[in-house]
Design a protein around this ligand. Sequence first.
Ligand code: RB5
Length: 145
Amino acid sequence: MKIGIGSDHGGFELKEYIKKYFKDNGIQYIDYGTNSSDSVDYPDYGRKVADGVVSGEIDKGIVICGTGIGISIACNKVKGIRAALCGDTYSARMSVEHNDANILALGGRVLGKDLAIEIVATWLNAQFKGGRHGRRIEKISDIEA
Ligand code: RB5
């Protein structure tokens, strides 16, 4: 499994911290930027990660801005993306089990680093449950179409 990760300046520090977690745990990833704390526009980085998921270059994505709100809204404009903004491990697990989220959004200025890592680990280990949840995902796709 290959993970894509991207952020704006508000999420840059947390992105680097999560990359260290990936390296320490042998998780393959692509870093879509940004590469410094200089001010950039979060839609550009949300779009890069979302396009990576849709094209199949990556299996799942993690996006980070200051709150996680703007970058999750941007990702959810891309057809086929279900981006979930999570601030706790329960929501992270449910976003996969029930919503088949293919992007996790985090708030770099909201979350403590250790909590963020727990959220990431929970999200990566969760499995979509299908069944009635699959029917609901299909209804979301119908809205999108
Ligand atoms: C940038 O200052 C900030 O607006 C951005 O990181 C994000 O929080 C937007 O939703």
